[in-house]
Write a new protein. Structure first.
Length: 421
């Protein structure tokens, strides 16, 4: 596993506190980055209803999440800025009672069903937390408003098409802030005049930003034969949003046994990158898959041959050039060495890679920027510099240790990243 900074603290205590548990953690890292996520597994601590986190004595927004919908909080998350070699101290109070503290929302996700009685494209009002679509549905792309689950933090926003492509399509912001509830990915002329962002990428049948596809030994393959397609919002809040795409009964190749695949996308506040965690219901180590980014028209490729690949380019985001402007984007994908089979030659459509599972699991990371941003990157050189730093941070884990009592924290997931400017 390989999210940014994920530490399971299951061995830190030999008992479950009756009313309140206090953890004192040391955070350190050899590299500098902002908004490093820290995640605490709550399984050893019984029922947790609220939490308070301070870092170096200052209260820090935190988030409690029930990830499997069983009524019990499974994880606590927060973020902290780090400098090289710096040690920061985080005090975590886990409480069985009390009302959780309220912090400003920095992430958001929505699944919106089309309302035939609504004319304005940014005013649809049937909100879902999850939806499953059966194989008999001939065009699942048109079932949902904005064609699939959409999610964001204050820096970036995306949607995932609910069809055989499962492409990630991009939304570019001019200013930091949450926008999807207002624009629903269909920004009006009035909203554009006010400085809201909009769709910035023409994806077609490409990978878009990092869609996972099959691989037949020659080219990527779509997810055509799937019994049930499901999209769900797992969580959203001040620290992170998590959404999932599930393909149940996917026949990857004709004549093979169906497999169930769940792809989890995790986006933290303060980041322009996100984790992609792919899980299968059985060992599928002998199968191969593909991912990458769209080859934006006239783009500059970024490729270190070792799992880091992306581009910087400019194209129309839609066929209607009269009502849209040219958009410049930078995109990147990073596949850790153990999941990378090989890098593919560039095609007119994609910059791709073949990836391999380890048992039931694949992990990789995605990032992007829009040239519209007043806080982002504005040249191919700048974007390439970011991508190299991004990979360096992903490969240099933040270390978390318990400062008093119990054993030192054992990092089960320990990859980190910076994602700003």
């Amino acid at each position: 596993m390989n999210r940014y900074v994920m530490f399971f603290l299951a061995c830190l205590m030999g008992h479950v506190a009756s009313a309140q548990t206090e953890l004192r953690l040391s955070l350190s890292c050899p590299v500098s980055y902002e908004a490093a996520p820290v995640v605490v597994d709550l399984a050893p601590y019984g029922t947790v209803r609220s939490a308070l986190v301070t870092v170096d004595g200052r209260e820090t927004p935190c988030q409690l999440d029930d990830l499997d919908n069983d009524g019990q909080m499974d994880e606590l998350s927060f973020v902290a800025d780090m400098k090289p070699g710096q040690q920061r101290v985080a005090n975590v109070k886990l409480m069985k009672t009390a009302t959780p503290s309220e912090y400003k929302a920095q992430t958001y996700a929505e699944i919106v069903l089309r309302n035939q009685n609504v004319d304005k494209k940014n005013k649809h009002d049937i909100y879902l937390s999850a939806i499953s679509i059966d194989k008999q549905t001939t065009n699942p792309y048109n079932v949902l408003h904005h064609h699939g689950v959409a999610f964001e933090n204050e820096m970036i926003a995306m949607r995932i098409y609910m069809d055989k492509r499962q492409t990630i399509d991009l939304y570019g912001k001019f200013h930091k802030g949450l926008e999807l509830r207002e624009t629903q990915f269909y920004t009006s002329k009035e909203q554009k005049a006010q400085g809201y962002g909009d769709d910035i990428l023409l994806v077609g049948n490409s990978f878009g930003l990092g869609a996972l596809r099959g691989w037949n030994g020659v080219e990527p393959t779509m997810l055509d034969d799937v019994q049930h397609r499901t999209q769900r919002i797992v969580t959203q809040g001040p620290v992170r949003t998590i959404v999932e795409v599930e393909d149940a009964g996917w026949v990857i190749k004709a004549g093979t046994e169906p497999v169930n695949m769940t792809i989890r996308y995790t986006l933290y506040t303060g980041h322009r990158d996100m984790d992609v965690d792919v899980r299968f219901n059985r060992d599928i180590s002998n199968e191969r898959f593909s991912t990458g980014v769209v080859n934006v028209k006239n783009s500059s490729e970024i490729n270190d041959g070792k799992g880091l690949r992306g581009c910087w380019g400019t194209d129309w985001p839609a066929a209607d050039t009269a009502n849209w402007k040219l958009e410049t984007v930078g995109m990147g994908v990073y596949v850790p060495a153990k999941y990378l089979e090989h890098v593919l030659p560039a095609t007119k459509e994609n910059y791709g890679m073949v990836v391999k599972p380890i048992g039931k699991y694949i992990h990789y990371s995605l990032a992007y920027t829009s040239d519209n941003e007043n806080f982002g990157y504005h040249s191919a050189k700048e974007w390439e510099g970011y991508m190299k730093e991004w990979k360096n941070r992903l490969e240099n884990p933040v270390m978390v240790k318990k400062l008093s009592g119990g054993k030192a924290a054992t990092p089960k997931q320990s990859k980190s990243t910076r994602s700003r400017r």
